[in-house]
Design a binder for this molecule. Structure first.
Ligand SMILES: Cc1ncc(COP(=O)(O)O)c(C=O)c1O
Length: 419
């Protein structure tokens, strides 16, 4: 408290735990448990928190009538004027309200609703507390899948496979997920129906509770399913630029190893697993590369931060690292099946960095990018430095399948208007 007093501003302490159910006044069921919309809320837990608010003056650090964001004023966003919802203004007066409470999206929130524990919650209210276990410990598990426009309407690509991987990720990090396959698939379909024009779906399992230990005292898992258009709803609303090139200049990262299986299995799509790749990719981006591939503990090629890696060998066959070393990429599995369907030989085995560098062709696979040609590795061209025929053949076929144009693979699509 002494440090806060030094800021020289009037303030008072409120105890959120004293709120009656429903006092959060239309904030999408916000609780100190962190955006958990379930009616069942941990009683009294927030009361131990002691959240500070500015007494009376304003709730956003400075000038209570700060700019509005996406139709909501700051005051509305942080809950000022709604009974009993505190603003967390701990910053010196020299900071603006905007700094203190950076809005969820700097150019306004998209008109989307996110499925949270069975409710459809406006995008800007789909929040968790800063101190939540998932944020503090990186324990959030997620999966990401794509939605395509087809002659039969919007369709999810390989929904059951993504949901199975999501359930497996939760099992691997021991998140006690209550929902099963059917309920999760139904939630994804509902989220897509509620958000016309979406092209991406992210399913999340997280611990919204505020915890003091690495093992949560309150292990109840929330599930959220967001369906959105990445470009319109996220990229164009963020400051700075975002580039997803048609072809990749790849760097083989030999120092930072892929996820260590003895720490967290590489098959778990858990937030904590992405920090090492983030560091390595950041470094490579500063050097002018588009993406990286990490090696495993034995120096063999593993995978990219969010991609699996393939090479085309001298005989025109495909090779990709074995499943024990990498995330079970759904696009990876799809490409392996598709390659066999097209009569290509496929091998899942160790790939040395030099073999990748000397390959006739190479490509990455990911839900975000499908089949993604790699045109250079460590600054040297792959093949003649342009996407090769095997890669392009697979990419085009993959795109025909996801858009519902290949009758032989319609079973990989879940048509939301028919589900
Ligand atoms: C570590 C990792 N590898 C590979 C992939 C590609 O998987 P998918 O094809 O299912 O998108 C991802 C996806 O995000 C990933 O996070």
């Amino acid at each position: 408290m002494r440090g806060l007093e030094a800021l020289g501003r009037s303030r008072a302490w409120v105890r959120l735990g004293g709120l009656a159910e429903g006092d959060a006044g239309g904030r999408g069921g916000e609780s100190a448990g962190g955006g958990d919309t379930s009616a069942e809320r941990p009683e009294g837990r927030a009361g131990q928190l002691g959240v500070e608010v500015d007494a009376g003056q304003n709730t956003v650090g400075q000038g209570g009538s700060d700019a509005s964001h996406g139709g909501l004023s700051f005051a509305q966003e942080v809950g000022a004027g709604t009974r009993g919802v505190a603003a967390f203004s701990h910053w010196p007066a020299t900071r603006t309200g905007r700094d203190t409470f950076r809005p969820v999206m700097s150019t306004g929130a998209p008109d989307r609703r996110i499925w949270i524990n069975g409710d459809l919650v406006p995008w800007e209210r789909a929040t968790v507390h800063l101190l939540s276990h998932s944020l503090q410990r990186g324990s959030l598990v997620f999966d990401y899948l794509s939605v395509h426009e087809t002659p039969r309407g919007a369709a999810l690509f390989r929904l059951p496979e993504h949901v199975d991987r999501f359930i497996e990720s939760c099992r691997l990090v021991e998140l006690p997920l209550e929902l099963g396959r059917e309920a999760l698939c139904a939630a994804a379909v509902e989220a897509v129906r509620a958000n016309p024009g979406c092209h991406s779906v992210k399913i999340n399992a997280y611990l919204p509770s505020i915890e003091v230990d690495v093992v949560p005292q309150d292990p109840r898992v929330s599930v959220a399913v967001a369906a959105y258009d990445a470009r319109e709803d996220i990229i164009e609303r963020n400051p700075g630029s975002f580039r997803r090139p048609e072809t990749l200049r790849l760097w083989i990262e030999r120092e930072v190893r892929n996820r260590r299986a003895d720490l967290v299995p590489p098959q778990a799509k858990v937030a904590a697993n992405y920090v090492a790749p983030m560091l390595a990719k950041w470094r490579a981006r500063r050097e002018g590369y588009d993406d990286i591939v990490l090696v495993d503990e034995n120096g063999f090629v593993a995978e990219g931060p969010t991609t699996n890696i393939f090479l085309v060998d001298a005989d025109g066959g495909l090779r990709t690292p074995a499943l024990e070393r990498v995330l079970w990429g759904v696009t990876r599995a799809t490409v392996l099946e598709l390659a066999k369907h097209r009569g290509l030989a496929v091998t899942e085995t160790g790939v040395r960095p030099d073999e990748l560098r000397e390959a006739r062709e190479a490509f990455s696979t990911a839900t975000t990018a499908g089949v993604w040609p790699i045109v250079s590795i460590d600054g040297d061209p792959v093949g003649d430095g342009t996407p090769g025929p095997v890669t392009l053949g697979l990419r085009d076929h993959f795109e025909r399948i996801t858009s519902g144009e290949d009758a032989a693979f319609l079973h990989w699509l879940t048509f939301v208007d028919e589900a």
